[in-house]
Design a protein around this ligand. Structure first.
Ligand code: SF4
Length: 362
């Protein structure tokens, strides 16, 4: 199939692997910060084909997984209210909060609906003027422009019954938090191609310079990842520490400036707590004051909930890249994709689900 097979060519993959083996003189450690990349790496066994000692560690690249428990509990509290239609992408429905998940709430009668775009939620609000329609806006910079456009569209339609529970997070501050941590092991990053398609890569240049770490903007197919890894290894071996772009077919240095303008209009940067990692300064979006009327937290007054993580789940260490899913005592036993204890086992982008789907054992 055009645009797929050409990035999955086995012969080319073998040549790239041979180049990586011929270039690497040390067991470098590289982190990808994208759940889609994690799934390709684990499903294709790329991490197991690298030279001995070289490690791929799987960073906090799954937005569902880093959504804080408190936010999930707020979602459950809002969705429980009478008269509310709570909308979300499907992967949030089975993420456990302190007392169950959205799917369970729906089974008990709450009006929780899966939508495929935030504009579906705006349409629901227009069609149901007597109901409050809430959209759960979760994601990295990739999904934020569509959510910004939904708010602009709701305002243009004069909808007073549409709001958003916003839990957007930003990738560059998470990378610096990892590099600043005492147990950091990362020597190079693969940056997520879709995030950079929106934001470009200028934000990554000061990180590469300050922390002396190569950053390679990389796509999602097996050959993209092998070439991204090769580019990172070449930089490490040659002593270069800069931003390079492997994903030239989709990413420009300046990114998508129209999308960035929508983000500037609708959101402001704020500190966010990342599940399993903790608070990171300036690492997320909140609605700008002129769009505060669309803020579901404010509209429904759901601050002050207390939340408790499952004690067995080591998702934090996995998201920081210091442990693997197979290090977790619950992996594959009390925690499976059918009965997940933590978000990384639920999401299609979660590292625990990637390992489980690939049949990795402890
Ligand atoms: S296997 Fe389950 S319990 Fe263990 S870290 Fe992953 S999500 Fe958490």
């Amino acid at each position: 199939m055009r645009f797929l097979d050409e990035y999955r060519d086995p012969g080319l993959a073998r040549r790239l692997l041979a180049d990586i083996r011929a270039t690497a003189t040390r067991p470098w450690t590289i982190m990808e910060v994208c759940g889609g990349q994690t799934h390709t790496i684990v499903r294709q066994g790329i991490d197991e084909l690298l030279p001995a000692g070289m490690r791929m560690i799987h960073g906090p690249g799954c937005p569902v997984c880093v959504t804080p428990l408190e936010t999930l509990d707020r979602a459950l509290a809002i969705a429980s209210r009478p008269g509310v239609i709570f909308t979300s992408f499907g992967d949030m429905l089975r993420v456990p909060g302190s007392s169950g998940d959205l799917l369970g709430l729906r089974a008990r009668g709450a009006d929780v609906r899966v939508v495929y775009t935030p504009l579906d939620a705006v349409r629901l609000a227009a069609d149901n003027p007597d109901r409050q329609v809430v959209f759960f806006a979760v994601g990295f910079e990739t999904t934020a422009p569509a959510n910004a456009m939904a708010v602009l569209h709701a305002r243009a339609l004069g909808l007073g019954n549409f709001s958003m529970l916003v839990s957007h997070v930003l990738v560059p501050p998470a990378m610096t938090a990892i590099l600043d941590s005492a147990d950091n092991q990362v020597e190079a990053f693969l940056a997520a191609g879709h995030v950079c398609a929106v934001m470009g890569w200028t934000e990554y240049e000061p990180i590469a310079a300050r922390y002396q770490v190569p950053i390679v903007v990389t796509g999602f197919e097996p050959l993209d990842l092998l070439e991204g890894i090769l580019m990172a290894v070449r930089q490490l071996e040659e002593g270069r520490r800069e931003v390079e772009n492997q994903y030239v077919r989709a990413v420009r240095r300046s990114g998508n400036t129209a999308a960035q303008e929508a983000l500037r209009r609708v959101f402001r940067v704020t500190g966010r707590t990342w599940r399993g990692i903790g608070p990171i300064q300036a690492s997320g979006f909140v609605l700008a004051p002129e769009y505060a009327a669309y803020d579901a937290e404010r509209r429904f007054g759901v601050d002050g909930l207390s939340s408790a993580e499952n004690a067995e789940c080591i998702a934090g260490a996995i998201l920081r890249g210091t442990r693997l899913p197979t290090d977790c005592a619950a992996y594959g036993t009390s925690c499976t994709p059918r009965r997940p204890l933590g978000a990384p086992m639920v999401s299609t982008e979660g590292t625990c689900a990637a390992f489980h789907n690939a049949g990795r054992t402890r």
